[in-house]
Design a protein around this ligand. Structure first.
Ligand SMILES: [Zn+2]
Length: 289
């Protein structure tokens, strides 16, 4: 699954190549790609025709294209293998092309949604009440992400103190903080020298502030590493490419030496996923008697 930095790269690409353009026509080539649009592909196409896209927005891993004049927003789900590509109109169709959006200008390019496994898709939604940025109503409950200037650090810390949960669960809880997936949670916890099972109620305010700082650092580092690829006409590669993996300190490094202390890193099964950590730098919490 793509994580926040990958999705942000897609957003920047869309902002650059698609914002301000008016839709001439939409071709839905596979019904599964619009299954989250209950009225179906024909309705999706009819409602988009003639609409103008505003700059793409993102909250956590959710990406949307607001339509001008409050006409709703197109939510893009990348799923496991979804790609949004800006291609020349005369480029051959991709094998797994699912939706084509043509524009009413003479740029000569079109937007394509390509998805081999069809877990992703596009859907059109009303805007959440009081939203200034076209937030689709179906994701109105998703918390802001830590790169959002309006993210409330103090409220996040207060929520951590109140919840009877553990720190990695909290980092992956999209109603508390969005956009932190398994990989970046492990990276930030390693940098903060925190074990994933640490109860959140034991975190002091400076400790949670430090952790948030590390979350932001790992995401910004990933953005810096991957942010160059959107310069081409391709809006983005998909989330499976793993082109951010080079800079990881924890995730995927089982049995490799901790880059801080040299102790072999460990992997533990965790909520149907894995957690990677240094057993020396990230001590497990003491079990209370
Ligand atoms: Zn270590």
């Amino acid at each position: 699954m793509p994580e926040l930095p990958e999705v942000e790269v897609v957003r920047r690409g869309l902002e650059r190549w698609v914002a301000g353009r008016t839709v001439a026509g939409v071709e839905v080539l596979h019904p599964r790609a619009v299954r989250r649009h209950p009225a179906g592909g024909a309705d999706f196409a009819a409602r988009l025709a003639g609409q103008r896209f505003e700059p793409a927005r993102r909250r956590g891993k959710y990406l949307w294209l607001p339509l001008a004049d409050g006409a709703g927003s197109v939510l893009g789900h990348l799923g496991m293998s979804g790609q949004l590509l800006v291609q020349p109109e005369d480029a051959p169709d991709e094998k797994h092309l699912r939706v084509r959006i043509r524009f009413a200008d003479t740029t000569g390019t079109e937007l394509r949604f390509v998805d081999q496994r069809t877990f992703g898709g596009l859907s059109l939604h009303d805007t959440a009440p009081d939203s200034a940025d076209g937030l689709p109503d179906v994701i109105g409950h998703i918390a802001r992400d830590p790169l959002d200037p309006a993210f409330d650090d103090a409220a996040f810390h207060a929520a951590l103190r109140l919840r009877r949960t553990t720190i990695k669960r909290a980092l992956l809880d999209q109603s508390l903080i969005s956009g932190v997936g398994n990989i970046y949670a492990d990276e930030a916890l390693w940098r903060a020298k925190l074990h994933y099972d640490r109860p959140t109620a034991t975190l002091t305010r400076p400790r949670s502030a430090e952790l948030l700082g590390h979350v932001r650092d790992v995401m910004n580092a990933a953005l810096a590493a991957g942010g160059t690829s959107f310069d081409s006409l391709y809006v983005n590669v998909n989330g499976e490419s793993g082109y951010f993996d080079r800079s990881l300190d924890a995730y995927g490094r089982e049995d490799e030496p901790c880059r801080r202390c040299g102790t072999p890193m460990r992997r533990r099964a965790w909520m149907n996923r894995s957690s990677y950590f240094c057993p020396r730098c990230q001590r497990p919490p003491r079990v209370s008697p």
